[in-house]
Write a protein that binds this ligand. Sequence first.
Ligand SMILES: C[S@@+](CC[C@H](N)C(=O)[O-])C[C@H]1O[C@@H](n2cnc3c(N)ncnc32)[C@H](O)[C@@H]1O
Length: 284
Amino acid sequence: MGLEEELIDRYKLVRLTTDEVSIIELNLKNLIKKFTTTKSRSIQKWEIGWKENLIEILNSKDFENALIPKYLTKSKNLRVNGKYYRVEQISDIPLIHHQIIDSLLRKLPKVDFEKIIELGAGSCNNAKLINNLFPNTPLLLTDWSNESISIAKHLTTLLSNKISGAFYDFFALENKVDLFNCLVITVHSLEQIGSDMTVLERILAKRPKLVLNIEPIVEDYETSSEAGTLLIKLHNQRDYFTGFPSWLRDNEKKGKLRILQSGKVKIGTEISEPYSFYIWEPIY
Ligand SMILES: C[S@@+](CC[C@H](N)C(=O)[O-])C[C@H]1O[C@@H](n2cnc3c(N)ncnc32)[C@H](O)[C@@H]1O
């Protein structure tokens, strides 16, 4: 049984009716209109979001629950194999998300890394999964949001003294964080860079040992349904990640990197298809 079928079974997912799908499609059309003028990459919205998580982490006894980003608890609907389903309870969505991320992290080759660095770690919701798999390896959680970095620093005492936080801005020409010989992970953060491949050029130039990207790759989206086509339009309207597969292939041809694994978990949120992945290594 594939992961998609396993999740349908385990979480007793219910297929949406045609009428319910029509409502989602209408919502997608409205979102596409709304995002026409909302192209700015503002740091402010992230600071506000991650501050909310930080306050919950400080006030809650269940800090792991407080790490969940709010966008994972907005809708009970999700896409599996190009069809819409619903979970019984909203708290199942972050559990499904965790199971997918965990399964993709487990695809990494079992080699030692000096350090693991997550770029765009946000509320640091992936830290526990990464730390469980590599408990003895230092884990540096980075972001351009100061609130996110504060969360990472709290995890040093809450989760593991191997965890720390630091500033990293994708668009800065220089970052202090040294990626050399490290495992670099991104989860739904490169989605923010649009088609600016200079961000990746700078990561490649720092010569990490291995890179795992789990991102919405628009080139992998399914095109055979109305909803699939709308999701592509929405992705483009939000100025999300575009051009990554061809950037990787071009650089592979030039002998600058090697793609070790790639694929897609055919699961999406109501408004995105976020679980394509690439594992690649720079050659130098
Ligand atoms: C959708 S969130 C993903 C967070 C986290 N990786 C996760 O899986 O929950 C996108 C993250 O990218 C970060 N981000 C956006 N633009 C960035 C930039 N220019 N440099 C670094 N991080 C950025 C945001 O602050 C946010 O934390």
